[in-house]
Design a protein around this ligand. Sequence first.
Ligand code: PLP
Length: 370
Amino acid sequence: MKFHAHICDLPTYEVGKPLELVMREYGIATNEIIKLGSNENPFGVSPKAKETIIQNAHLASVYPDDSYYELKESLSQHYNVAHDNIIIGNGSDQIIEFCIYALCDSNTRIVTAKTTFAMYDIYAKHCNARILKTPDFSHNLDSMLMFYKKYKPTIIFLCTPNNPLGEALKKQDILSFLSKINEDCLVVLDCAYMEYCIHKNNEYAIYPQDIIHFSNVIYLGTFSKLYGLGGMRIGYGIANASVIANLHKLRPPFNITTLSLKAAISSLKDVDFVEKSLHNNFIEMQKYQNFAFQYSIEFLESYANFITFLLHNKLNSTKIGILLLQEGIVVRDLASYGLNAIRITIGTPKQNEIVFKKLAAIIEKQRSME
Ligand SMILES: *Cc1c(COP(=O)(O)O)cnc(C)c1O
């Protein structure tokens, strides 16, 4: 069988290590593993969503209502947009996929930041579209605009806050950028961590409402991070109704499970859980910053639920990742991005205590070795 050459060349996306694998390799019990490699909510599932999943378990036998009316109603109230501005995806990943599949082929170009979410690249490669990355370390809208004028891309991805670096873009800067992009280029605002950003600094807050009047901009959100539903695979896109109508044509029927839909609705209502999670995130993030100061480690200011440490000298990210893994701690090594850096999801106070203790010991040992 002859697969497309561009498919054969595809890299495999490296996700945070599965718990089972860590366990097997180092003989660590599941309940002892500290999983801070994939930016999931460290408090787990929202209690309201959990209750809903249990109460509705019997519905697992039936197909969902394929219009996703109830969840769209919840999101439409949450964001003050209409139902026909919303598309639900199997994770917001799937909306990224729809956008790229709907617009790209081997003659098109996609512009992204140099170090950003790996899935843009992967879906682009499915279509053999060309990815062009701006040269700056983090998002730079001036460079993006230059690339836009020079290469005439079909899609521009802005990830704010950006995974894996944590930087965010100011609302005013985003809006001014959007006003300079013609409607034949789709701008995707990947806002998987926006709730954290809003909590931290309102200048960086952007809402779907701010962008739906553009005919060429889509806002992506997810239930996988703050809302604690990574395993339920549910996210959404919000845009002008005509963008949404076209993306809908790519959506397979029943792409969301009956229980995921119910869980997502409940998690949106779980205000206490959301508040607790946001509050914990920034209190604990300060501790990571203090730790970095104490050990003279460079860190990137983060608007999300993780912090990225840039390592130097005797500290190697891959080595540190493995040593932490042996202690039952999973973090994300950024070597695959060409960085000597680790990204750590902000955990619970108890988890972070353990990370500081183990990481301190590893750093001291590495630094003392010749
Ligand atoms: C986690 C993440 C997503 C989407 O996750 P889903 O689980 O597919 O909803 C999208 N973009 C970024 C930048 C992310 O970090």
